[in-house]
Design a protein around this ligand. Structure first.
Ligand code: FES
Length: 151
């Protein structure tokens, strides 16, 4: 059900792993399926110079995380924040309709990592990022109480 590009990113995902001492760390928990993406960024002069991700998710979430890291690397924080699930799906050459929701995990985790970067550096945080971060933390708290081991 997946095209060649999705399968290739799934089999050989780019930028998998974590960054020790990263400038920003973000997480996103899907309220649709409970899957998780965690993502690390380094930022130099307002640009994402390094990005890594891990996921507890399906093939589509792995491929989406992989292609998102390619899209985001080298972008300014503003440009990276503007990446949407549509951009991810397009970069993958399409996803089956019922797997579209899997593409949002990575870009929301990226926005959460940008939130973390801005907060650590005392920079202005857009309201929607702060609001989204609170929602994510609520999800994380619930999983934590259930004894879920987060990546
Ligand atoms: Fe959960 Fe795809 S089914 S991310």
């Amino acid at each position: 059900m997946y095209n060649e590009k999705v399968i290739e990113h799934y089999r050989h995902p780019r930028n998998v792993g974590s960054i020790e001492g990263a400038d920003g760390v973000g997480i996103f928990v899907s309220d649709f399926c409970g899957d998780i993406v965690k993502l690390w960024i380094n930022v130099v002069d307002g640009r994402i110079t390094e990005i890594k991700f891990k996921t507890q998710g399906c093939a589509a979430s792995i491929a989406s995380g992989s292609v998102l890291t390619e899209l985001a690397k080298g972008k300014t924080l503003e440009e990276a924040m503007a990446i949407t699930e549509k951009d991810i799906v397009e970069a993958l050459g399409g996803l089956p309709e019922r797997k579209i929701h899997c593409s949002v995990l990575a870009d929301d985790a990226l926005r959460d990592a940008i939130y973390d970067y801005l907060k650590r550096h005392g920079l202005p945080i857009p309201q929607y990022l702060a609001h989204k971060h609170e929602e994510i933390q609520e999800q994380v708290r619930k999983l934590d109480e259930m004894g879920y081991i987060l990546i």
